[in-house]
Ligand binder design. Structure first.
Ligand SMILES: [Fe+2]
Length: 133
């Protein structure tokens, strides 16, 4: 069973960039929903194993993945946001890679915004650098 993480700041600390109302919705309603649903699916999986009944395993595993992703993405969001503006500057390495891969920062932002809005309609996305993809 998982529990909600504590926010590392107050609900109104991200204003004016992120309103208290919006953060409250994402933390206390949406994120809470993902945590509760993840725990519910975990209980259903325990029941399936106990009863040796896996007829709904595809649905349960998809739900576990979806709800778990919602938990992880919200926790990444909450712990990467900060009231300190100076910490939001891109590292030179990430900036250089974005220019290499996307041609411009605007081109990257456009794709990132569209993907975040349209993939699973979550409005959440992650930018990361790797060497194996
Ligand atoms: Fe959210």
């Amino acid at each position: 069973m998982i529990k909600k993480i504590e926010l590392p700041y107050r609900l109104n600390d991200l204003e004016p960039y992120y309103s208290q109302e919006t953060l409250n919705i994402h933390y206390n309603i949406l994120y809470k929903g993902y945590v509760d649903n993840f725990n519910n699916v975990q209980e259903e999986l325990i029941k399936a194993r106990t009863e040796n009944n896996f007829e709904n395993i595809k649905c349960l595993e998809k739900n576990l993945s979806f709800q778990g992703s919602g938990v992880i993405l919200h926790e990444l969001f909450f712990t990467n946001m900060t009231p300190v503006i100076s910490q939001n500057i891109l590292s030179q390495g990430l900036f250089n890679q974005i220019i290499k891969d996307f041609g411009s920062l605007d081109s990257f932002k456009k794709q990132f915004d569209e993907a975040s809005k349209n993939v699973e309609a979550s409005r959440l996305g992650i930018t990361c650098m790797g060497t194996k993809i």
